[in-house]
Design a protein around this ligand. Sequence first.
Ligand code: CS2
Ligand code: MG
Length: 413
Amino acid sequence: MAIRNVDVNVTSPGRNFVTLKIVTTDGIVGWGDATLNGRELSVASYLADHLASMLIGRDEDRIEDTWQYLYRGAYWRRGPVTMAAIAAVDMALWDIKAKKAGMPLYQLLGGASREAVRVYAHASGTDYAALRDAIRGYVEQGYTAVRVQTGVPGLGQIYGVSSGAPGARYDYEPAHRAADGSAATAPTEEVWDTRAYLTHMPTVFERIREDFGTGLRILHDGHHRMTPIEAARFAKQVEPYDLFWLEDCTPGEDQSALRLVREHSTTPLAIGEVFNSVYDYQTLITERLIDYVRSAVTHTGGITAMKKLLDFAAIYGIRSGIHGPTDVSPVGMAAALHLDLAIHNFGIQEYMPHNDTTLEVFRTSFTFDRGFLHPGDAPGLGVELDEDAAAAFGHTKAYLPVNRLQDGTVHDW
Ligand code: CS2
Ligand code: MG
């Protein structure tokens, strides 16, 4: 048996997704997620124009060999485009292998290490009252962990904070289209002031602890906006509020920045959603500078690479916190859930539910129950793309925003 067909599907049921379809000579279909938010077509081209012909005729069972063939064979290693493309191939081959075995993928990864996967929700609000209502809503649904993001007095729209407008449930971490829903031509811009943020945010954590007590797991995303010394001071200052983690406090490419933060604070640190290789973590893991690995399976070379990364992290007592935003498709989310269920060093899983239109295009098997997800027991990943439904939504160019300081300087976000 061998790979017979390789197709790349680009669809946009509210936001853009790139999905790889691999079909074997005996008709088994595997799906892989290759979505890279705001740069989707570059991965679609990598797959369709460069990899597809290399895959036809290959033995679909040789997943490790195919991974190495694509990674080492390219000469140009790593990078988000390459690694998202390899991830999609890898996921599709694991999907096929598990379907052939008649098992949900987590069984091939060693079987379940837990009954279900604890997830965290995204609560946000432009002011504290709106944030408190959002947290309360999640607590009422049974969530035990909530990421909290809020507006900062004096600043306008901040990435990660919902505007609170009616129907705004999905508006806070977008890649923006034009206002009328058509293709954007350039990113929108936001204004940021780290000093105002550092003054305000600890007061928010204090109020959350007053209102919700000590049981709730509170997470917070700094979105790479602090300098190392700002992050160190902040992480130290918020220790009394017992964060589950502080995510992306400093720019992702500077691994040694977290040494400084670590020297000053015991607030647990998470990083990695913009990483795409185990080598991005080498210093962070071996020097125990982080507590949670945040990569998305979709952006880090797939299940094969992610399993190795998480096993490496386990040796140093570091746990998983796999990236699960809505810009990872339900296929990528399923890959995360199978890993989460199987590995020993699971920490928590991010869960940002997709909109209803997306879930009509991608048919999922996962189930949510009182703050926990289970990938389901359908053979394979348990997600099927409905290509007819997908065809109704053409790719629409969209951009993640740009962040500037008040004087106009381009800033990290
Ligand atoms: C965010 C992401 O989920 C998170 O922690 O930081 O939503 C991130 O902004 C997006 O994935 C960017 O595409
Ligand atoms: Mg993040």
